[in-house]
Design a protein around this ligand. Sequence first.
Ligand SMILES: [Zn+2]
Length: 446
Amino acid sequence: MYVCGLTVQGPPHIGHVRFAIAFDVLRRWLMSTGHEVTYVRNVTDVDDKILAKADAAGVPWWAWAYENERAATRAYDVLGTLPPTYEPRATGHVPEMVELIQRLIAGGHAYAVGGDVYFDVRSFPGYGELTGQKLGELQPAADTETDERKRDPRDFALWKAAKDGEPGTASWSTPWGRGRPGWHLECSAMAERYLGPEFDVHGGGLDLRFPHHENERAQSQAAGDGFARYWLHNGWVTMGGEKMSKSLGNTALVDEVVQRVRPVELRYYLAAPHYRSMIEFTEAALTEAATAYQRMESFVGRAVEQVGAGGQVDPPAEWTYWAQFAAAMDDDLSTPAAVAVVHDVARQGNKGLADGDPVLVAQALGLVRRMLGVLGLDPLDPQWTDAGGDSRLAQATDGLVQLALEQRTAARARKDYASADAIRNQLGALGVQVEDTPQGTRWELS
Ligand SMILES: [Zn+2]
């Protein structure tokens, strides 16, 4: 799979990371059905906006890009997306881009004017096919450079000559002079570098269909590659009906949203709707998603208390839940239908809890966890139970707190309330809140 990653010009909002969750779910589903997946997600780390923003902030462009790349990585990680197999940066693949341009020029599909190199759209008969447009009816895309030296106004830049006043580190030496890559070319070069001339799935946001993906496909196929066999495009996150975007000011940064709901709940919010649908962001919808996730999570928690998390119990032969779940996932990744099946199984499990039927509880627990695992939402995944930290450390911490609580219980038993209170206060000072309940003493980090 090749998935277009972010242009690292600012910290990501939730609209920026929706694609990462959509394609992480696809990847996990393919893996769970026995496919080996090589997952490439690029980083666009040099472009006009990065240069302009870094200049305005008075920092080197590459420092600006790197800081925002790290913010993107933190957002991908906090939302539980598996790390890509490879995560190439555009700036690290200039030789591959130059080689691709040379092939296109040699084949009569590209031409250099001054230090710029353009793709000749009329040289590629399939131009427009990806998005169902005929070349004759196509207008130049909004981001296409106006340049009277172009053979056709719809021709787009493969390579851009360095401009006066731009930092020297933002351009590379090529047969056409110093310059930097056109955005579309980066993806063609990096997809071929890591996946070869033909690969299965190309993913990205809906707004990338045209011109970005149309242009990627034109470049790669004109250069003789088969390129992607399947294209998938995820819908946007909207706010007030408009695509979330920094220029409109209607954004919710990932860092901010995960202060209001837990990351796993945000993941559920973004993963449960169909990947092609638009998600209108409201606080009410976010809260509703968190509550829906908590229902499944609460079943898992209570089931584990009763039957333990370890043993998988095969579901009864007459259950068709897994078949329903698989059919939904195979039907263009229909996560709404798949999630509905998980809720159905959790309801069965809750019935088992109410009826005191540990076999039913264990059967439902195993299936719920397996399905949620495919969606990256298993509440018992260490990603969510200890915030991605070291699970041995979490176990040791729990053991140490339990040790202290035993000392406290012993002190109370011998009516040494001063010692018991001292233990509780010392734990409190370490951020460990102790609560005595009819079921026993519980603790949590404050
Ligand atoms: Zn791309």
